[in-house]
Design a protein. Structure first.
Ligand SMILES: [Zn+2]
Length: 433
């Protein structure tokens, strides 16, 4: 049989690959002709259509492979790999270069922090001087993401690959290491003397949405009791949430997360995360626009073809058809690129690595690195986990979670701040990612 491909260049751009494809097709008894001149108005046209559709699918799959390969090449050439450009850098001619003014601020932040200046003081000073982060005052989350970003030490990681040729180093390695250690120690959980409230900053009240803070009291026997307690309880309106003993809640959360990680099929979970990511990518506005235009173009082509079937075939229908086909091809490429791009943001390997790493972490690290947010009710706890190690540096939290594990845990709680009878309380703990 013979088949037509609307335009050879949509079929393959590269001469070598084109030859390969021709060969494969020939081996399979398909003759390739370049084709606008040959629009079939026979039942064969139906077969042709499905063939072309198959070709397109093949072409898209091949394209996303190419994009992956291209991205790897981009990285090994030391070109900007995409994503958000870190504060302190700009992209010029595909290369990441140092933005001198911002780099000075970055270095100042690291040096101050290494010298023991607390993060909030550094931020206050910067904000007081009117120094902005991408036009906004420095926020706590931005600040802490910055001081642990290896890019400032000249290191860019992609899965297992380490690149030192992409981000020029702003912060000397020794300073970076000091800061990293300090940040790991200080950021997660505020210290009260020697007491670390591990869940603080991540814990929210399920009833009023406020931060759940810490509190302590001394029991009759003179023992200090520490609690997590909703900040809304002290307001006029009050809040129905009950305080929970610090150690108990921390243990409960850590146990639930560890159990979830042990009992969940991590590979299936990673697939689920990717699937979710794909859905979101498909929802993205750029993709929506492209897809809408693609559908409209396809419809226009269909209408024209129908007109052709009815014998209306003039130079202008032909021209219009060519235009539409060209646009359709262009859109297909753009859509495939857009999809490939969004899928490349995280790989299954990265997710698996992150999940396996979480399994090995100490309780405190587990909370720091794996848990994003905890919502506390009196008989229910929602734990929101991170699907990858690093979040978008600009805090784009647009992802949707799904629950992947549920467990009921019964513990003896002591609801009275100053000691009292313990009572049994069952919590339904749900893990989200
Ligand atoms: Zn509350």
């Amino acid at each position: 049989m013979k088949t037509a491909v609307y335009k050879l260049d949509r079929f393959s751009r590269d001469k070598y690959e084109s030859a390969m494809h021709r060969h494969t097709l020939k081996m399979n008894g398909v003759k390739l002709v370049s084709a606008m001149e040959n629009i079939p108005d026979t039942p064969e046209g139906i077969i042709l259509e499905s063939l072309l559709e198959g070709m397109n699918q093949y072409y898209s799959a091949e394209l996303s492979q190419k994009v992956t390969r291209g991205m790897r090449e981009t990285r090994s050439k030391g070109n900007f790999p995409g994503g958000t450009v870190m504060y302190g850098y700009r992209v010029v001619d595909k290369k990441v270069v140092i933005h001198e003014d911002e780099a000075k601020i970055v270095l100042r932040i690291f040096t101050d922090y290494a010298n023991g200046k607390p993060g909030n003081v550094i931020m206050d000073e910067l904000n007081a001087e009117g120094i902005l982060y991408h036009g906004r005052p420095f926020a706590t989350s931005t600040f802490y993401r910055m001081i642990v970003s290896e890019k400032y030490a000249g290191i860019f990681r992609h899965g297992d690959e380490v690149y030192t040729n992409i981000y020029p180093q702003i912060v000397p390695t020794e300073i970076f290491e000091i800061v990293r250690q300090k940040a790991e120690k200080n950021h997660y959980g505020k210290h009260h003397g020697d007491i670390c409230y591990m869940l603080k900053n991540k814990l929210y009240c399920g009833y009023c949405g406020r931060h759940v803070g810490s509190g302590s009291g001394t029991s009759k026997s003179g023992k200090v009791m520490r609690y997590y307690r909703c900040n809304g309880r002290s307001t006029k309106a009050g809040c129905e949430s009950l305080p929970v003993r610090k150690e108990l809640l921390e243990e409960l959360v850590v146990n639930a997360v560890q159990e979830a990680l042990q009992k969940t099929d991590l590979e299936a979970l990673a697939d689920g995360i990717l699937e979710q990511g794909k859905k979101i990518a498909e929802d993205s506005s750029v993709l929506n626009l492209l897809t809408t235009e693609y559908e409209e173009t396809t419809r226009a082509i269909d209408n024209l073809l129908r007109a052709v079937e009815q014998g209306i075939f003039t130079q202008s229908t032909k021209d219009r058809l060519e235009q539409l086909e060209a646009r359709k091809t262009e859109l297909e490429t753009k859509i495939a690129c857009e999809k490939a791009r969004s899928m490349l943001v995280i790989s299954k390997e990265q997710i698996m690595e992150h999940l396996h790493a979480a399994l090995k972490r100490s309780p405190k690290q587990l909370i720091s690195y794996f848990i994003r947010k905890i919502v506390l009710f009196n008989d229910h706890i929602d734990i929101y986990c991170k699907s990858i190690e690093n979040h978008d540096p600009d805090g784009n939290d647009s992802h949707r979670e799904f629950s992947f594990y549920e467990v009921k845990m019964t513990v003896e709680v002591d609801r009275h701040t100053f000691g009292g009878e313990a009572e049994k309380q069952t919590y339904a703990v749900v893990l989200w990612i």
